[in-house]
Design a protein around this ligand. Sequence first.
Ligand code: NAP
Length: 322
Amino acid sequence: MPAPSSSADDPVDILVTARLWPPMMESLHGAFRVHDRLHQTDPAALVAIAPRIRAIAASGESKVPRELIAQLPALEIISVFGVGYDGIDVAAARERGIAVTNTPEVLNDDVADLAMALVLSVARRIPQADRFVREGKWAAGPMPLARKVSGTRLGIVGLGRIGKAIARRAAAFDMQIAYTARSEKVDSGYAYFPSPRALAANVDFLVVITPGGAGTRKLIDADVLRALGKEGYLVNVARGSVVDEAALVEALLSGTIAGAGLDVFESEPNVPAALLGLDNVVVTPHIGSATWQTRRAMKDLAFGNLQAHFSGRPLLSPVPPT
Ligand code: NAP
C-alpha cells in the first residue's frame, strides 16, 4: 500500500482519537506517522506536534470537538471508522474546509441483524432460556411462556439505510411495519407517523435507529415510553443519547413498558446497575457492526478515504452536506 505522502521518509502525521480496531491501526502504521490518542494521554506533547497533524482517524464514538480542530492548523481530513459521526463537530470542520468521511452502507446488514436479534431475544427471552438450561432448572419444569414476535407490529424510529434493512427483515416475520423520520418516505409503502410518540402508541416493538447528536437527544422520553405501553418493547441500536435512560429505567421498573433490548447506552461502557438488575432487559456491548466481515469492510472504507484524500482522488464516502 503506498504511503500517502510525497516521500516515504516523511509520512503524514495522523492523530487517532479512539481505540481503533487493531487491523485498522496496522494499516495506519503502514502509511502514516501515528499519534495514538495523544490528545488524551499527553496533551502537552500534542501541542508540540499539532502543526504537523494533517489527518484524524476517529471512530463512531470519538469526540472531535471544535477546540481540538482549532488546535490543528494543518488538519485536512477526519476519517470516521463508523457511520455515526455525532461526536465530530462537522460544522467546525466545514468552516475550515476539512473533509469528513464515514462508513455508511457496509454495516447495514449487521446492525439490522442485531436489531432483529434483540427483538427476538427480549420477546422470546433467549438469554434467560439459555441460563435456565445451564442452571439445571429445566428438570423442574418448563420455562414460563414468552411473547410471540411474528405477525406483531414493528415501529422503526429512523427509516434510513439501517432502518430500511430492519424493515426488510421484519417483513419476513410477517410484521406490520410503521415508522417515523424527519420526512415521510411515501415510496416505502410503510405506515408513517409524524412523531415517535404517535408511532409508539401504534406498535408492539419500537426499534430506534436514528443518528445521535443534538437533533435526537432524548427523542425517546417518558411520554414515548408511556405511549408504547405495558405490552410494548423498546429496542435501541442507535445511540444511548437518543433514549432518556433514567426515564427508561423508571418505565421498566414500574411496568410502564414490557421490556427492552439495548445495544447502546448514555455513558458507555457504563450501564446503569438498575438496568442490569432487571429480568426484562437484554443488553449487548455496542456490537451492532462487530463482525469480522463488516469490520474489514469498514476498515477498507475508512482507510480508503484517507488514501484517496492524500493521493488526490475523490473521497469514497464523504458525509453529506447538512
Ligand atoms: P441514515 O441513513 O442517515 O438514517 C437515519 C434516519 O434517522 C433517517 O431516516 C432520518 O430521517 C432519521 N432521523 C434523523 N433525525 C431524526 C429525528 N430527529 N427524528 C426522527 N428521525 C430522525 O443513517 P443510518 O446509516 O441508517 O445509521 C443510523 C444510525 O445508526 C447511525 O447514525 C448510528 O448512530 C447508529 N448506528 C449504530 C450502530 C451500533 O453498533 N449499534 C452501528 C451503526 C450505526 P430522514 O430520512 O427523514 O432524514
